[in-house]
Ligand binder design. Structure first.
Ligand SMILES: CC(C)(COP(=O)(O)OP(=O)(O)OC[C@H]1O[C@@H](n2cnc3c(N)ncnc32)[C@H](O)[C@@H]1OP(=O)(O)O)[C@@H](O)C(=O)NCCC(=O)NCCS
Length: 178
């Protein structure tokens, strides 16, 4: 369990109240209310929620799952690192903060928890970094602002972005092999 007083980030559990969640993105709201539990049950992803410490109302959530991708359409710097082989990454599939809390730095704190968990897990199963599949202009501009690099444009709406593990390692001051 991670505490960001007065908040905590914990695995999604049956007691968590999801009905009142709204982040101004209907697809994400509906996913949390209707689909997330079945995805967790069939091990398609892990899901974490942000609540006030000791409370159950969901104020933020995210999902993580393993994914493999190729880097054929990535920028030269990234392509040179991974070339055409399929490479393992962590997919940050969904990520949202309740609209009443947006713009207060909570999303940034939730990201730090994700970076820390991905960094710790690399000693067991490593990956090239974290990818996101951004489908709205707002999401695209958010991931760019977090230094994610665009690696492919799958359709007009959908663009994939990568935060390389090297960036995460720098945050925790330990480059690979050191
Ligand atoms: C994206 C989201 C999770 C950010 O959470 P938040 O708590 O509002 O973010 P924070 O207050 O921690 O802000 C983090 C930083 O990102 C910036 N930011 C926030 N939303 C942004 C956007 N749409 N575009 C560009 N930058 C953005 C903030 O200005 C802040 O910058 P700073 O580091 O210079 O202070 C939240 O706005 C949200 O849930 N949006 C709807 C769902 C969504 O788009 N999810 C992402 C795609 S799955």
């Amino acid at each position: 369990m991670t505490s960001i007083p007065p908040y905590q980030i914990v695995p999604l559990a049956p007691q968590h109240e999801r009905a009142g969640f709204s982040c101004n993105d209907e697809n994400l709201d509906n996913y949390l209310k209707k689909n997330i539990s079945s995805d967790v049950k069939r091990n398609a992803c892990s899901a974490h929620v942000l609540t006030e410490t000791g409370k159950n109302e969901v104020l933020g959530f995210y999902t993580l799952s393993p994914e493999t991708i190729t880097f054929e359409n990535a920028p030269e710097e990234i392509y040179r690192m991974y070339r055409k082989n399929r490479i393992g990454v962590v997919l940050l599939g969904r990520y949202a903060i309740h609209s009443s809390l947006q713009g207060k730095g909570i999303g940034k704190m939730m990201l730090m928890k994700i970076y820390s968990d991905v960094y710790k897990s690399k000693n067991i199963i490593s990956s090239a970094g974290i990818i996101v599949d951004a489908k709205t202009e707002s999401a695209k501009s958010f991931w760019k602002s977090r230094e994610f690099v665009k690696i492919s444009q799958d359709s007009q709406e959908s663009e994939k972005f990568l935060l390389p593990m090297k960036y995460i390692e720098k945050l925790f001051n330990k480059p690979a092999g050191s």
